[in-house]
Design a protein around this ligand. Structure first.
Ligand SMILES: C[S@@+](CC[C@H](N)C(=O)[O-])C[C@H]1O[C@@H](n2cnc3c(N)ncnc32)[C@H](O)[C@@H]1O
Length: 278
């Protein structure tokens, strides 16, 4: 996680000092993306992706929902506004967690690491989701185990995540500036990883065509909104974000990075999931 260092660049909306333009996974990156995406989303596809992730769920305001890696809280607020449940978000970056609370006070936001989520959350949750967040977690098996421990019996897990469709071809992209900790999910390994963590009935659906479309659109918006980005964040941030997302579109088109939708159910042996790998 990039830490905030004050610079002379404009801070963007809000009074917090700007982070340097070296990565998107900080609070300044989130503010900039909100400007480009017309919502507090740090995921591709904005509300189209929300509709895909939550497809088929009936309204149930009492459903206990956990947003794993909630970022600036836009998805959590959207879920709640749709009547799909009462959402708690968990976010590891303190400045981003603060931003989520400021922007969406109607959502409960807890600062904490998914790899030790049980330390800050009690559960149980009926629905646990991650919108492009697990790819940024170092020990994904630990995160899935923690989430299983917080899940109600028969709870559902839904993920919309970056994937590594061509195995090691994701390596070059993920080694790029600011992406040292990227770990796109490997679809073929997921059922085994999830089963070991206490999740069953795993279904994985490829979203590469959607990711191509969404990133093409995002690049177009970054170009169209250059003046507003430069005004609020400075020219360096515009150059960084334009370069970053051009690179992502290229990687997705080349097959080095993809997107997937995953659904699973809580099941299996709680105790062995809690113990972790033998
Ligand atoms: C690409 S952003 C997506 C944010 C949000 N889900 C959305 O769609 O707007 C990924 C988020 O996951 C958070 N994150 C990364 N690793 C995490 C961890 N170990 N525990 C909790 N949050 C984490 C990051 O700080 C970041 O805010």
């Amino acid at each position: 996680m990039t830490t905030g260092r004050a610079t002379s660049a404009p801070a963007g909306r809000g009074d917090a000092p700007a982070d340097p333009p070296t990565a998107m996974d900080n609070a300044t990156g989130k503010r900039l993306l909100a400007l480009v995406r017309d919502g507090d989303y740090a995921h591709p596809g904005e509300e189209e992706a929300n509709r895909l992730l939550f497809a088929g769920l009936s309204a149930s305001p009492a459903r206990r929902v956990l947003d794993a890696g909630c970022g600036a809280g836009g998805t959590a607020a959207w879920v709640q506004a749709q009547g799909l449940g009462a959402v708690t978000g968990v976010e590891v970056d303190p400045a981003t967690a603060r931003l989520a609370r400021e922007r969406h006070p109607e959502v409960t936001v807890v600062e904490g690491d998914l790899q030790a989520a049980g330390r800050v959350l009690a559960g149980p949750f009926d629905l646990i989701y991650a919108m492009t967040a697990i790819y940024a977690v170092g020990d994904q098996a630990a995160a899935f185990r923690e989430l299983a421990m917080l899940a109600a019996p028969d709870a559902e897990l839904r993920l919309l995540e970056y994937s590594a469709p061509e195995g090691d071809r994701a390596g070059a992209f993920c080694g790029g500036l600011g992406r040292g900790r990227w770990r796109p999910l490997r679809p073929r390994e997921l059922p085994t990883t999830l089963a070991a963590a206490g999740w069953t009935s795993v279904r994985v659906c490829d979203l590469r065509p959607e990711f191509v479309l969404w990133y093409r659109r995002l690049n177009e918006r970054i170009a169209a909104r250059r003046a507003a980005i430069v005004r609020d964040f400075g020219a360096e941030w515009h150059a960084f974000v334009a370069d970053e997302y051009a690179g992502m579109l290229e990687a997705i088109r080349a097959g080095g990075l993809g997107g997937i939708l995953v659904r699973a159910r809580r099941g299996g042996d709680l105790e062995s999931a809690a113990r972790g790998p033998a």
